[in-house]
Design a protein around this ligand. Sequence first.
Ligand code: NAX
Length: 326
Amino acid sequence: TDSVLTVCITGAAGQIAYSLLPHLANGCIFGPTQRVALHLLEIAPALPALAGVAMELADGAYPLLVSVVQTSDPTVAFARADVAVLVGAFPRRAGMERKDLLAKNVPIFKAQAHALNTVANSGVRVLVVGNPANTNAMVLSSFAPSIPKKHISALTRLDHNRAVAEVARVAGVQAPSVDGVCIWGNHSSSQYPDVTRAVAAGKPVLPMLGGLENVAETFIPMIQKRGASVIKARGLSSAMSAATAIGDHLRSWLTGDSAVVSMAVPSDGSYGIKEGIFFSYPVRCLGAGEYEIVQGIEVDSFSRKYIEATAAELNAEREEALAVLA
Ligand code: NAX
């Protein structure tokens, strides 16, 4: 039998966690025989609500869930963690600018980096979800020197899934028949959902989407603003779909995936993106928490313009984060 996998989730009393915890406990991510210990981190004022979530986890009677820890201490939460999903973050309030959001979140991710660096298992894989996700991951990785940068990633799989789903809808196929879609850059409205090489059931999707001009006018803004559309309709941000995407990201990353998927990872110079930021690329997951950035894609001038814009935004976020730290 497998040994117990210790999985830490921050923001564990929040709405994404509420949708995510059943996926973490029921074997659909880590495998049907993998036992799991959940370490739940919250800020102190949310601990009473977290106790209710823990009651519900107990009441799920999950065969693979061996223990649940509730804490507001990151060094307890991250102790011996094999996987850490960092969902908790300071929320964006009305009127807050990006630099205000960074000012609140940089210290959180710096502190969590120290704790992870000290008490997590040496092979820990860290997925950052809380926004601004790419830059929070960058901050985390710079303050956790004992964790290899490639063992830290940020979530753009939700954006990827949104793009795949829309292509599938237009093409009249199911999502697994869509291939070649990817998200470049930031998990923000500057992201570039790239369908220039996408196929549905083997057929190019560009003509189905009305050609490049229509993609620029309709498809790209729709995916970029999908999160805002959900907020407008639901009065709350995406949670069910975010939790599904987190599960997909972890399953691909930890167990491998024959499909090309999107993950925000430390840039390594690929496609002219300079090092020092976390950038969403098309990646191939090789299993056991290893991946490679897909190489050799011909980036045309249409795509290049979008990729440069989202890289510029991430470089600006990096400068702002460094200013907060100075
Ligand atoms: P909620 O506000 O429902 O939950 C967040 C929870 O985090 C709260 O319970 C809060 O008490 C806790 N928290 C805050 N600071 C913490 C800290 N320092 N340590 C531990 N816990 C802390 O938000 P939810 O809807 O769950 O969204 C969570 C984050 O995900 C937000 O930052 C949101 O912007 C981000 N998202 C990122 C997505 C992505 O694709 N990367 C998509 C979905 C989502 O918008």
